[in-house]
Design a protein around this ligand. Structure first.
Ligand SMILES: *Cc1c(COP(=O)(O)O)cnc(C)c1O
Length: 355
């Protein structure tokens, strides 16, 4: 099937823009959406014409499968505007690849590359005024797919809708993040869907996270479901530990999401000769390191916040405060990564892709 992808898109532009009503200096994450959205329906075994329309609610049948059996996956990525007004994506191929792996795991159809990539490109170009220059500013991109087939029948849907919505984002100080190490609840299990970016992974996290919140912790550090001895992820982010001079992060597995930020950090620290070990850190090791002073830092890594430094953690009934660092590696890495994303440092990896 050869066709010019740009010809296959149906585009209806918004008559007016909402942009003048948006306070770009005081954006709460993920609350405001741009003027346009994209959708593309899958029926009879094939994808239809991608449609770009003004952002609006959409009618859905109450029996749509997504409401009953949770076939829903998503991605989170960002677009950045450089000083010359060019707009860049960061490793979008990785997001497409992961999206389609999630689709396979949830028995959903894979989305063709041209719909995903060309869809992002056309949508961003239409709403390019929404991408603000300057470090910390970005346009958060949310591709997702839901099962739209009708009927409360517990089997995979025959109809799906792929969509992209976009939200302007500003990096903001998140306050001090303290975490609680999970002893009972799990985010993921072997054979489960933890490695997919599936909506259900998030809903399952809300209750244990709320319990942690009630005890004064903002996030949960998830441990392996079988033994609760291996430290795996921090909230919805991959997690890194600095013990003495070495950085540690767990290998990806069926229980750990293969984060683009995580894998980029691994390449960055290798380039810069920072000591790194990709292996599981045990709760016991963490407690020993916290007690003898060799534990220097803990941070989460993910697209939305990039790096989220953690100030302390609790395990059972004991709280361990991390020592204050002069020049934390977490912030050094964040700076290097965001400089590449904003085209303020040379991208020696070829990660950035111009729109
Ligand atoms: C999305 C996500 C991450 C971070 O992935 P990035 O590609 O870096 O944004 C980490 N853990 C979980 C559970 C996630 O859902």
């Amino acid at each position: 099937m050869s066709q010019n992808p740009t010809d296959t898109f149906s585009v209806t532009k918004a008559e007016t823009s909402k942009i003048a009503s948006v306070d770009f200096e005081n954006l709460a994450f993920g609350n405001v959406f741009t003027d346009h959205m994209l959708y593309c329906d899958f029926t009879d075994g094939q994808w239809g014409t991608p449609v770009i329309t003004p952002y609006a609610p959409m009618p859905m049948d109450p029996s749509s499968r997504v409401f009953h059996y949770g076939q829903a996956i998503f991605e989170g990525m960002k677009a950045y505007k450089d000083e010359q007004d060019a707009i860049w994506l960061f490793r979008p191929d990785q997001n497409l690849d992961r999206f389609n792996k999630s689709a396979v795991r949830l028995a959903m159809p894979e989305v063709p590359e041209h719909i995903f990539m060309e869809g992002l490109k056309q949508l961003i170009n239409l709403d390019k005024e929404w991408v603000k220059k300057g470090k910390g500013n970005s346009l958060y991109l949310r591709p997702f797919m839901i099962a739209t087939g009708h009927g409360v029948i517990a089997s995979p849907s025959a109809q799906y809708r792929f969509m992209i919505i976009m939200s302007p984002a500003k990096s903001y100080y998140q306050g001090e993040v303290k975490v609680l190490i999970a002893e009972h609840y799990s985010r993921a299990a072997n054979g489960g869907i933890g490695a997919a970016k599936a909506a259900g992974n998030y809903s399952a996290q809300f209750y244990p996270t709320r319990l942690a919140n009630e005890q004064g912790y903002q996030q949960v550090i998830w441990t392996d479901d079988a033994t609760h001895t291996k430290l795996e992820e921090a909230g919805t982010m991959n997690v890194f530990f600095k013990i003495n001079d070495t950085l540690y992060t767990a290998p990806t597995s069926e229980r750990i999401l293969d984060g683009v930020t995580r894998k980029s950090i691994l390449e960055l620290v290798k380039r810069d000769n920072i000591k790194l070990e990709v292996r599981s850190v045990l709760v016991e090791e963490l407690l020993t390191a916290a007690n003898d002073g060799s534990l220097k830092e803990i941070f989460g890594a993910g697209t939305a916040a990039v790096i989220n430094p953690i100030v302390g953690f609790a395990y059972q009934d004991t709280y361990y405060e991390l020592p204050k660092q002069e020049n934390p590696i977490a912030l050094q890495i964040k700076d290097k990564l965001t400089n590449i994303q904003h085209k303020l440092a040379e991208d020696t990896f070829g990660w950035t892709v111009k729109i």
